[in-house]
Design a protein around this ligand. Structure first.
Ligand code: URA
Length: 498
């Protein structure tokens, strides 16, 4: 029997080096005892610590996908993960397609570990709450957060926070390691960290966000508790509100049902702006958003411009508090040069109006600014933009956000979510949860109105439409509370005198 002792804090290299050596020496999985350092040895002295063989002599190859899977699974806190991975590695040498056999118990266990790790990582992204602490450098704000993950996911999830919160210094401490960003370098440690003591006014803001985004008509207590399990509550300031909000949900639903939906506004006048080639294009005195619009009119960042009629840029006040981001212009929008004025725009307009939001006061834009389609006869059929096209166009979206500085950004559908976060996720996983963005901005996610239009089942369609409207109602409630809590003139927001 050979004993291998590992730190086991989610570092893949540690396991890989040991596994390579064992495999090179032909040590069968059942002859290896994997243990964590600090766990003590074998009481009966039956195990021997043989020197680890060197792996260089054997050229080990593994099928595509194993390394990625092992890197995720190794972050799990299950003490059997090392043995499982070694067993799979061993078997892969003879069974090259093993990973495709989902009914195999080892593979099923591997898939389960990966799923748990991904879920934990997702929870970390959603539930980390930063608190501001005193700045060290005058121009950079500093934040700390305490989180208690189930698995060793800090290092693999830290990049998400780096991308999302580039402008501030932050530290995320957890009992399973920590991550820190100082604007230049992302440092991660696998050592257990202590809980930083900090509480600030953002705690109150979180409570405000949550109580306003909480949608009594859509509350499904079981689903909510599975999305936001109780074990995370103690580190989330807003969680203290949940019992009362649930208790009052039914009354609020009845109040909502009693209120009549307002009529949708008529379509906005169709004006087609011909920006390209205009003299103002180079006018440095144009307001920043106008200048950006002119620049975007000539955008050739990706090939979509070749077949589209024109760039369809965002529309709305340059100090709007709320920004809606759709996917890409449709056929009607492409011809008219304005976002959300076709069938999806109608669904959008109706829901916005029913929520009591004035469309002329919000900024409406798309993740991708050119219409992507395929021709079928005379018809131009919508095609979903791919990740590369979204990435190219993200430049414009982030400029729009930078100029407008909305307090709330609403992602309409998965493409908008991808554009705004860099992540691909099913909407159901992220819907209804406020997601923090930079500068105290909140991201809310809902479905795309076109997805509702495409639903063949009338019942499902009606339910989805109601859920969409209800989500926009949540946006409005959040907006109203922000107005009350922070005031329209404070910080960022409309009429901010810029
Ligand atoms: N769908 C979108 O995402 N945007 C539009 O402008 C129209 C339809």
């Amino acid at each position: 029997m050979r004993t291998v002792t590992l730190e086991g804090r989610g570092a893949f290299d540690e396991w890989r080096d040991a596994a390579r050596g064992l495999l090179a020496a032909g040590v069968r999985p059942e002859q290896v005892c994997w243990q964590l350092s600090g766990e003590g040895g074998d009481l009966f002295g039956t195990q021997t610590e043989a020197p680890m063989p060197r792996a260089q002599t054997l050229d080990i190859s593994v099928p595509k996908g194993f390394i990625e899977a092992a890197e995720a699974a190794i972050c799990h806190s299950d003490p059997d993960r090392f043995a499982l991975l070694y067993r799979i590695l061993w078997r892969l040498q003879a069974e090259r397609s093993l990973l495709q056999v989902r009914s195999d118990t080892d593979v099923a266990d591997l898939v389960r570990l990966i799923k748990n790790v991904r879920r934990d990582s997702h929870k970390m992204k959603a539930f980390v709450r930063f608190r501001e602490v005193d700045a060290v450098q005058p121009k950079r704000r500093r934040f700390v957060a305490w989180f208690e993950p189930e698995h060793f996911i800090v290092a693999r999830t830290a990049g998400f926070f780096q991308r999302r919160f580039t402008d501030m210094d932050w530290l995320i401490a957890t009992p399973k390691g920590s991550a820190a960003w100082n604007g230049q370098e992302l440092k991660t440690s696998r050592e257990p960290a202590g809980r930083p003591e900090a509480e600030d006014e953002t705690d109150e803001l979180w409570r405000t966000y949550f109580s306003n985004i909480f949608n009594p008509a859509r509350v499904k207590i079981r689903a909510m508790q599975s999305e936001m399990p109780k074990k995370y509550w103690k580190n989330m300031p807003e969680a203290s509100l949940i019992p009362d909000l649930i208790a009052g949900a039914e009354r609020r639903v009845q109040e909502m049902a009693a209120r009549e939906a307002s009529q949708p506004p008529a379509f906005h006048e169709r004006l087609q702006a011909q920006w390209r080639g205009r003299e103002e294009q180079s006018d440095p005195d144009l307001p920043p958003l106008e200048r950006l619009r002119h620049e975007a009119a000539g955008c050739t960042r990706c090939p979509l411009h070749c077949h589209a009629t024109q760039t369809v840029f965002g529309e709305g006040p340059d100090d709007a508090e709320i920004m809606f981001v759709g996917e890409q212009p449709g056929d009607t929008e492409d011809l008219a040069g304005r976002p959300f004025i076709g069938p999806a725009g109608q669904v959008f307009d109706e829901a916005v109006a029913a929520a009591g939001i004035d469309r002329s006061q919000v900024y409406v834009t798309n993740a991708v600014k050119h219409f992507k389609y395929e021709r079928r006869g005379k018809r131009r059929i919508h095609m979903r933009p791919d990740a590369g096209e979204v990435a190219h166009c993200r430049w414009w979206v982030s400029k729009e956000i930078e100029i407008i500085r909305p307090r709330i950004v609403v992602a309409l559908g998965a493409t908008a979510y991808l554009s705004l976060t860099g992540e691909s996720r099913p909407i159901a996983e992220v819907r209804g949860m406020p997601i923090p963005m930079q500068d105290n901005r909140m991201l809310l996610v809902t479905t795309h109105p076109s997805a509702i239009l495409r639903m063949p089942d009338p019942d499902l369609k009606a339910r989805s439409l109601a859920a969409f409207r209800s989500d926009l109602g949540g946006v409005k409630r959040l907006f109203d509370t922000l107005q009350k809590v922070r005031g329209p003139e404070q910080g960022e927001g409309p009429s901010r005198g810029r």
